[in-house]
Write a protein that binds this ligand. Structure first.
Ligand SMILES: Nc1ncnc2c1ncn2[C@@H]1O[C@H](COP(=O)(O)OP(=O)(O)OP(=O)(O)O)[C@@H](O)[C@H]1O
Length: 268
């Protein structure tokens, strides 16, 4: 695909949070009809990467481009091209399910009346609860309310879905997968995160594993493992300071090996 075609591109993206590098060197080009599955464990940076891709946060290094243009320059023009459904379902407790759908879609620039919102909720499997205030809905039902926006036409080209399958039952997962696949068949694009073993089938899909891109400075990796060793070394029963230091020394060697491999288990 040419640089000027319909494409979402990441160039050498890096993200630092809380004084440490979550990931670096994220490169991809997503074209029309393609999906990108961002996976990784808790805290690996999936939501942080989604916020970079939305243009809601600025990368420490690199750039996000839409149709060849940096998104920081496109701003609202880019936002009109995407639908972002965040990790925490942004559902207002005091509004009914249908009011939530209508408001979220309209605020995102896709005007939505009551009739359209009711239809969208029906397609999301929540027609029976359309008039209930969101505060009485279950987590899975709230998630369905948030995702009902996917049934309000016209959808923008790019879907950015953070943990869309969380709290959904099997039928809802299948329905959502089909909705995304339909969007891709029509030439749209989708980026979604999940740490669960789930993949959309059958579609053209790239996979980005953030666990494999974790970028931790070796010195930090050593310190973390050494601190852990001190914390877990026996403090009674005949083992004194010498034994604790010996245990930490073993941990330091292990940490060096981990740091050399570029991976370190981070505390949750
Ligand atoms: N504003 C911030 N300041 C400091 N640390 C942050 C900030 N935002 C995120 N983090 C840290 O960055 C790491 C990655 O967070 P993020 O939410 O992107 O991970 P995730 O992969 O989406 O996690 P999960 O699967 O648990 O939702 C976490 O350790 C988190 O505490």
């Amino acid at each position: 695909m040419s640089a000027g075609g319909l494409a979402l591109q990441a160039w050498g993206l890096a993200c630092d949070r809380g004084g440490r590098r979550l990931f670096g060197g994220v490169d991809f080009t997503l074209g029309a009809g393609e999906a990108l599955w961002i996976r990784g464990g808790n805290g690996s940076g999936k939501t942080s990467l989604m916020r970079l891709l939305c243009g809601l946060a600025t990368p420490s290094e690199g750039e996000v481009r839409w149709c060849g243009e940096p998104v920081r320059r496109l701003r609202e023009d880019y936002h009109r091209e995407l639908l972002y459904c965040g990790h925490a379902a942004a559902v207002k407790d005091d509004l009914t399910a249908w009011e939530n759908v209508a408001m979220a879609s309209t605020l995102a620039g896709n005007a939505c009346d009551k009739r359209t919102a009711l239809r969208a909720l029906e397609l999301a499997g929540l027609g029976h609860a359309a008039a209930l205030p969101a505060r009485v809905l279950s987590q899975g039902q709230r998630r369905r309310v948030a995702l009902a926006r996917l049934h309000v036409a016209p959808l923008p080209s790019l879907l950015l879905l953070d943990e869309p399958f969380t709290a959904l039952d099997t039928a809802a997962v299948e329905a959502l997968s089909e909705r995304i696949a339909e969007h891709l068949r029509q030439g749209g694009m989708a980026v979604y995160t999940t740490h669960q073993a789930h993949a959309l089938q059958p579609i053209r899909q790239q996979v980005l594993d953030l666990d494999a891109l974790a970028d931790v400075p070796p010195a930090l990796a050593e310190r973390a493992a050494e601190d852990q060793a001190y914390a877990h070394a026996p403090r009674a029963g005949g083992l004194g300071a010498f034994a604790r230091r010996a245990a930490a020394g073993v941990a330091r060697l292990a940490a060096s090996a981990v740091a050399a491999s570029g991976r370190v288990p981070l505390p949750c």
